[in-house]
Design a protein around this ligand. Structure first.
Ligand code: SF4
Length: 390
């Protein structure tokens, strides 16, 4: 794994408090515990550390609720010693709760929230960016630009090749990047500076480091130790279940729930029928909204009469990267991409049905209600048969 052979030293305590997940943060965390005489038991129950626990809970909650971009501003004053201690120990508290849950879904969610937060903070940190990047990449080069323009960064190809497959979008394909003597140029793109694009790569390293650190802690954590965190673990795992349930409709799309306009675009392409431009853009944007991968979306186009794997991959990635919103019913009707007539589909006839995403949500809500009613009924049947047998 290409990482720097020797980590750069960070003496700025504010920086270590803002980024407690950095590789240099572990030793700093140990020193904070030692200097302040804090034990793990204190972290769990000492009254004077209540602010730390509250901040840790908020940090964790934020990751679970906003998994795609946790809040970047903590509101904690990092110029004070107490503020810095709170920030570092609250991170440790949140991490221990996650590890003590032994719940891989919670772990993935927390890691995603923390690494997305790191991505935004790194991308904004002009002053410290090179130091941060040197802590996660084997090297980094800065190319100054004329005038007041921000510098452009170059990173070693080995780091790029290892990290880019985890990111979707044409920008991250090596043939699309300028390469010179084993270095990859991180041009500004998609309204992001070179620094913000490079921070996106660093996010992958943060994710990898945090996951490894947590899995290692979990493997060493005894049941007895984990039980000390049972209250916060119970609270956060039940919140996570609620969130997953609320998000389920869009992430568990099944074919019977697809609106007729999406179904017809997929079937027509599959049968080699030419689908117009609006239909194709709609198909890709809608696929993204319902959680299909770019690869799955590209496969819908494989039988199109003018199919080219390279062009399709490029265009689908553009739509995924730019986060296009799928067309609504009015635009699809105008472009001859709505296949239903009044009376064909009960849901499409509803006045409130103005967008195909509303269609799929309505279908999935009713599927979810039916399945929960079914499980309640089977519980009643089971308890009735238990009563009858007793
Ligand atoms: S009415 Fe809307 S959701 Fe239904 S098929 Fe037409 S465009 Fe799709």
């Amino acid at each position: 794994m290409p990482m720097p052979l020797a980590l750069p030293t960070i003496n700025d305590e504010r920086l270590l408090a803002r980024y407690p997940f950095m590789p240099q943060g572990r030793e700093h965390m140990r020193q904070i515990l030692e200097i302040n005489g804090v034990t793990i038991e204190d972290l769990i129950e000492a009254p004077w550390l209540e602010d730390v626990r509250t901040r840790g809970r908020l940090r964790l909650l934020d990751s679970v609720i906003h998994k795609d971009g946790a809040e970047t501003s903590s509101g904690v004053d990092l110029s004070s010693e107490v503020g810095r201690m709170t920030e570092v120990l609250s991170f440790l508290h949140a991490m221990l709760v996650v590890c003590a849950s032994f719940n891989e879904r919670l772990l993935a969610r927390w890691v995603e929230g923390e690494s997305s937060r790191a991505d935004s903070l790194f991308g904004d940190d002009l002053e410290n960016f090179e130091l941060i990047a040197s802590s996660y990449l084997s090297e980094i080069r800065t190319e100054p630009q004329q005038g007041n323009k921000e510098p452009v960064y170059w990173i070693p190809m080995v780091d790029f090749i290892e990290l880019c497959p985890r990111i979707s979008g044409a920008y991250w394909h090596l043939p699309n990047r300028p390469v010179e003597d084993g270095w990859v140029r991180m041009d500004p793109a998609v309204r992001e500076s070179s620094r913000e694009r490079t921070a996106r790569l660093l996010k992958e390293r943060v994710r990898e480091n945090l996951t490894d650190a947590c899995l290692e802690r979990m493997s060493r954590m005894s049941e007895e130790f984990a039980a000390l965190f049972s209250d916060p673990v119970e609270r956060i795992t039940s919140l996570l279940s609620e969130r997953v349930e609320a998000e389920m409709p869009m992430s568990a799309a099944v074919r019977e729930d697809w609106p007729p306009c999406f179904e017809s675009a997929v079937s027509e392409l599959n049968q080699g029928v030419n689908v117009n431009h609006v239909g194709r853009v709609f198909l890709a944007a809608f696929s993204k909204s319902i959680g299909l991968s770019p690869e799955q979306t590209c496969s819908f186009f494989a039988n199109a009469p003018d199919y080219s794997a390279e062009t399709t991959g490029y265009q689908v990635n553009q739509i995924y990267e730019r986060d296009y919103t799928p067309h609504g019913c009015a635009a699809l009707k105008t472009s001859a991409r709505c296949p239903v007539q009044p009376g064909d589909d009960r849901l499409c006839d509803q006045e409130w049905l103005t967008h195909p995403l509303k269609y799929i949500r309505a279908k999935q809500r009713s599927r979810f209600r039916e399945s929960s009613q079914g499980s309640q009924e089977s519980e009643v049947v089971e308890s009735e048969s238990e009563t009858a047998n007793s």
